[in-house]
Every structure is written in structure tokens, then in C-alpha cells.
Design a protein around this ligand. Sequence first.
Ligand code: DOR
Ligand code: ZN
Length: 468
Amino acid sequence: MVFDSKFENGRVVTPDGVQTDVSIGVSDGTIAAVGEPAELGSADRVIDLDGQYLLPGVIDCHVHVREPGYEHKEDWSTATAAAAAGGVTTLIAMPNTDPMIDSPETIEQVFEIADGSAHVDFQSYAVLTSDNYDQVEPLAEAGVAGFKVFLGTTFGEIEPPDDGELYAAMQDAAAAKRRIGFHEENDEILKHFEAKFKAEGHNDPIAHSHSRPVVAEAEAVSRIMLLADHAECPVHMFHLSSGTGAELVVRGKEDGVNVTAETCPHYLWFTEEVMNEKGNVARVQPPIRNADERERLWETGIYGGGVDCIATDHAPHTDEEKNIGDPFDDTWKSISGFVGLESEVGAMATFASEGRISLEQWAYMHSTRPAQIWGLYPQKGSLQVGTDADFTIVDPDTEWVAKKEDLRSKSKTTPFNDEEFVGKPTMTVVRGAVTYEDGEIQVEEGFGEVVLAGDTTSNAKPRGGPGN
Ligand code: DOR
Ligand code: ZN
């Protein structure tokens, strides 16, 4: 058989190991063979990876694409171009758009927009509020990967359902085999301290961080897990920021709650000191925590199984909205969130180069596990024969400095600007097509396709430990 393409001489990374003695043959967009190079047969295009890593395509399950409604911040074309350039092959979009994604009609609308303009594959969440909490089944049938509830108010100011409505929605989600993910911050605690700090004139950037204390996350994690336990509903903690939160998730898993969690590169890379160094550029909610919380997030989250997956919370805003003409100006005039799609692979590759995370665990947390959590596995997140040929190719030796002017997102604001990375995404492959290579996007808008989502209740044990 002559393959469409063949990838050879790479270091093929999966959760099960790193192989240097295999080549991958691709035909019709899927993986046709994985085997010994000498036995694999020929191909129309042979891609010599020259020792680079080949990971199952990275999946970012937390991306604020902004379209429809906030196209001045980002749109499907720019977000997915950033994804391709960043080594991301599939993204899952957040529903705090305008209109918000909360009905079969708006789901259809967003899939239609994405279908016409995406450069990589995609999925979306639907939001649950008091107005649609009883629509879990039709929303699931409309094809979303899962649901989002905003417990802590953030951009879009979308209020959560009340506890009765939420519990009922959890029962319906359990029946529909869909997972509900949360912005897990206790809103009353946030509002109290924001008002207090404003009244007292605490306006420096770190005041924003301190107005959203760890207990706000801890309370929300605990309450969600209690409700989920009773409703037997699979739940997910988006953007877990603290060791305290990770410790609670571990306990929930031990108690049999079907809970999964993600953290973001910025919580693993920075401490809250970044607020004093880079100001409101790094303003995000939940905020970046102190060194002790970060350390315990590594220990209990990454090595102890409290965190399942890595995602960015890519949250573009304009520089005016973030008010970063002077990044140390009044934090209450700034908005939270920053872009991440083009730095996440570099950040994780850097952690791998430092031996802080094994290559196997990186592939698991950045590809396989998010695919399992959101019902995209094994079509996405694996290198099994017959599944989509999605690859993230990384040159592990390139040392580079992230520069905002290189970004493809409309927003250039990120605390990773000027940070030093070891390991760079060089080629991105989606369904066998090279979507990014030689610094250029290689596919047209509209190449990306929606990924059908199945059962999202998977609760396989996450793996932990730098060596596994
Ligand atoms: O900082 C944030 N920005 N946190 C969120 O949860 C939402 C996001 C946004 O949409 O801008
Ligand atoms: Zn978010």
C-alpha cells in the first residue's frame, strides 16, 4: 500500500512510552499503520522528523473563541490559526459569547461559523443557567461536548442556575452521559472582597488576586463534588489554580466522585509575584497563586493525580479593555484573561526538558485525557490505527523567547511574552493534512471540522509522577 504520507525518524510519544523505532503511515486522513520503518511501505510524501517529538494532536479544551459577538477580541479564523501555529489540533470553545451558546439554535450557529472558518478541528460547550437548566438532553443531542456553569461571575456576567436547578441539571447530565464543567469560584466571597478592596483603595494589580482567595475555589470545588456525588453526575473543574483545590479533587476521586480537573500552564509557571512584575497583563480569574499553592499544585495536582489535563483558558481582550497602556494602573479598570494557544506547547515542552513532567504524562494530559473527558476519544487523543491522523510535532532542542508580535491571535497580551522556552511546535497535522509548517498556516479557513462527541463520563484514573 502506498500511503498519502509517512512520518519517520521521530520520537513518538504516547502515554505508554516513547518510541524511536516506529514510522506512521497516513491515508485518507486517518492513521493507516504504525510500525517498523523497514516494513511500512512507501508514501507520496515522506516527512523526516529528524528526532523531533510526535505527540497525538494536542487538544485545548478551554478556549474563549469570542465569536459570535466579540469579534473585535478574536474570531474563529484567528483563534484556530493561533491553535495551528501553537501545535493544537482540536479546541473546545467556551460559551460566553453574544449570544451565549445556550440553545440548539445557538449551538448550530456556532458550529456553522466554525465550519466555515476554522483551521483546526473543534467542539463547543453549552452554558447552563436558570433559563435552560432543564434543557440538558436537547442540548446534548444538538451535539455539544459538555456543559459549562459559571459559579464565579466573569466576562459575560453569566449567572449560574440556583442549587436546586443545578442539582436537577446534574441528574439530567448523568442520564445523558454528559459532563458539566465549572468556573469554580464562590461568587459571594469574590464580591465581598472586591467591594472591600475598592472601598479601601487597594488598586494595585495584586489586589485583584487577593480579592479572589483560595478559599473561594476550595468552597466551590467542595460544593460541586457534594452535589455531583449525590446526582452521580460527572463533573469537571476548569482552570484549577491551587494546590488546595487539587487536594480536594484527589479526596473527591478517592471518595468515588466522577470528577476531573484541568489546570493551565500559567498556574504551573508563574506565582502571584507576576502581578508585581507584569501587572494587569497577568490579571486572570481565578488568579495566579502564591509559591506554596503552586508547589502543591505540582505535587498533588500533577504528580498526585488531582489534575487530569492541561488547557489554556485562552481569553483574548484588547489592550484597551485590559488597560495595559500602564499595566500597573488601577486593577479595577482592567479585565481578566489573556491568550495562551501559542505558548502552551512551548511551556509544557519546557517543563518536559527540565524533567518536571515526563513526555508520557505530557501526552496524556494534553491530548489523551482531555479527549477522554469530553467524549472525543479515541478519534482524537490517540495514535491508534483507524483514528484521525492528528499530530503535534515539537522540536525539543529549539530555545526560543515568546514574543507578542509573533502571535496570530488578535490579542497579543500574555504574561508569557518574553518568557524563555525550550521546545517549539514546528508542524501541526490535522486529519493527515499539514495545517502549520515553516512558520505558516498551510490550510484554508474552513478546513476544520466539528468532532462528534460521545459518552463523556470516562473516569479512568489519571496518572501521576514525573516518571510515569
Ligand atoms: O480571566 C478569565 N477570563 N477567566 C474566565 O473564567 C473567563 C475569561 C474570559 O472570558 O475573559
Ligand atoms: Zn475560561
